[in-house]
Structures are given as structure tokens and as C-alpha cells.
Design a protein around this ligand. Structure first.
Ligand code: MG
Length: 254
């Protein structure tokens, strides 16, 4: 290998924060920084700049089919899944941004040179039709922006996960609820488990079971350094965290 190639590869690995097997996903973006707030454009920008493996974000579909970026079902008294885009578009985040639409995040993914992926959580809506519609609309938007290779999906809803598998059979799709074995999910075409710390502590054998099926293992939301080290030792592929800088350090340690 030529020296330039070696230097390039070394730089790439540093930039990607590749650290053994475990990599970092910034939960709701990297928002714990001046000028950002959770699920804002600024928090996605910060995560892209950090070049972590992924930047997680949350999506609701409005009654008129717009995909809004927000964690909670409601914001400022407006329930996203029962409202129109017109009712949501001027909601103002704590950093002064208007609530983003997913398509703005997809444009940022299209424009960036960062290797960071967008990890899209499709929230569990009250109606099954809304869950499936959100999954379909999200895949359609991702394809329209040409960023399918840069996106992965997660959901607490098994219906959402199944619809994602149907609409985007090549995509990585992980289930969040922590109550189903990797083997059962594998039978539905789901490609990963993304479970709470306690679910993996209770079922540490699920890590090997998932890996044996070529499924990913992600753990949420790990903010304490000792717990990050514990999960890294357990062999998880990804740590989703509100503290990406600390997680990068833990992952770098031998
Ligand atoms: Mg989320």
C-alpha cells in the first residue's frame, strides 16, 4: 500500500471514530452545545462536524403528510400527528430555529461531506395507518433526496419496522422496544436490535445471537462513562448517547 493511501486510511478511520467494534450515535443530534437544541438543524450540523457514526432524530407525520422532526408527541400545545403542517411550521425550538421538516435534514445529508449517517426514528403514532404512512413517506423522501445509503431506521413500533423492511428492503432497520429476541426479529427481515441498557444487561446473550444473524446491536441512551465502557465490553456495535464526546473517548480506549 502506498504511503498516501495509508495516510488516507488512517485519517478516515480517525474521522469515523472507528474504535474496535463500537461506534457512537448522537441521540437527537449533538445538541449539548451552545446554540443547539435537541432535533434541531444545529444539532445535526454539530453531529456531522463531529463525524460520529450517526445522528439520531425523531419523526412524526402530520395529517397532511408532512414529516416533522420532534421527539415528543406534542410541542407548544400542538400534537403533531393530529395537526397540519400549517399548524406545526412556526413552532420555535429553544435555540430559536423553527421546527425542521425531515426534508431539510435530508438536504443537509445530501450536501455534507461528513460520513455521519442519519438514524431516523419513526415515532409510534396512535393509529396503525399513521405508522405505516410515516414509514412509507419517510422512505419515499429518503429516496427522492438520493441519500438511502446514508440513512438507517429505528422504531419502537414493530408495524413501522415491518413496513420499512417492505418499502426499503436494503435498508438497516432496528427495533427499539427491547422485548423481542433477535432471532424473532430476523424472521421479519429486521436487521438490528436497538435496546435500552437494562434490556441488554438482562439478556447479554442477545449480543452474540444478533451478531450470529449478522444483525447490529445498538444500545440507548448511555450517558455515563462507566456504562459506556460496560456496553463496549459487552460487544455492542453502537452506543446512542447524549454525550458523544465522552463516548468517542471510551470507544478509543484500548
Ligand atoms: Mg429517538
Amino acid at each position: 500500500m502506498k504511503v498516501r493511501s495509508i495516510i488516507f486510511m488512517a485519517a478516515l478511520f480517525t474521522a469515523m471514530n472507528v474504535c474496535g467494534q463500537t461506534q457512537v450515535i448522537a441521540h437527537r443530534g449533538y445538541w449539548d452545545k451552545e446554540g443547539a437544541s435537541q432535533n434541531s438543524r444545529a444539532s445535526l450540523r454539530n453531529a456531522l462536524d463531529l463525524n460520529v457514526y450517526g445522528s439520531e432524530t425523531d419523526i412524526w407525520i402530520t395529517v397532511d403528510g408532512h414529516l416533522m422532526v420532534n421527539h415528543d408527541p406534542s410541542f407548544g400545545g400542538v400534537t403533531l400527528q393530529t395537526s397540519t403542517y400549517e399548524q406545526c411550521k412556526d413552532l420555535t425550538l429553544s435555540n430559536g430555529e423553527k421546527m425542521p421538516e425531515l426534508k431539510e435534514f435530508l438536504q443537509m445529508m445530501k450536501d455534507t461531506k461528513s460520513a455521519t449517517k442519519l438514524i431516523i426514528e419513526i415515532k409510534k403514532h396512535d393509529k396503525p395507518e399513521a405508522n405505516r404512512a410515516a414509514a412509507r413517506a419517510t422512505v419515499k423522501a429518503v429516496n427522492e433526496y438520493g441519500v438511502a445509503e446514508r440513512v438507517e431506521y429505528i422504531s419502537f413500533s414493530l408495524d413501522v419496522c415491518k413496513e420499512l423492511v417492505r418499502c426499503a428492503p436494503k435498508a438497516r432497520v432496528a427495533y427499539l422496544s427491547g422485548d423481542i429476541t433477535p432471532a424473532m426479529l430476523f424472521n421479519d427481515g429486521i436487521t438490528g436490535i436497538d435496546y435500552h441498557l437494562d434490556a441488554l444487561r438482562k439478556n447479554p446473550h442477545w449480543v452474540a445471537e444478533a451478531h450470529g444473524l449478522k444483525m447490529d446491536v445498538n444500545v440507548w441512551t448511555v450517558n455515563e462513562v462507566a456504562e459506556m465502557a460496560e456496553m463496549k465490553k459487552l460487544g455492542v456495535d453502537f452506543i446512542t448517547t447524549n454525550k458523544p464526546l465522552e463516548a468517542i473517548e471510551v470507544c478509543r480506549e484500548k
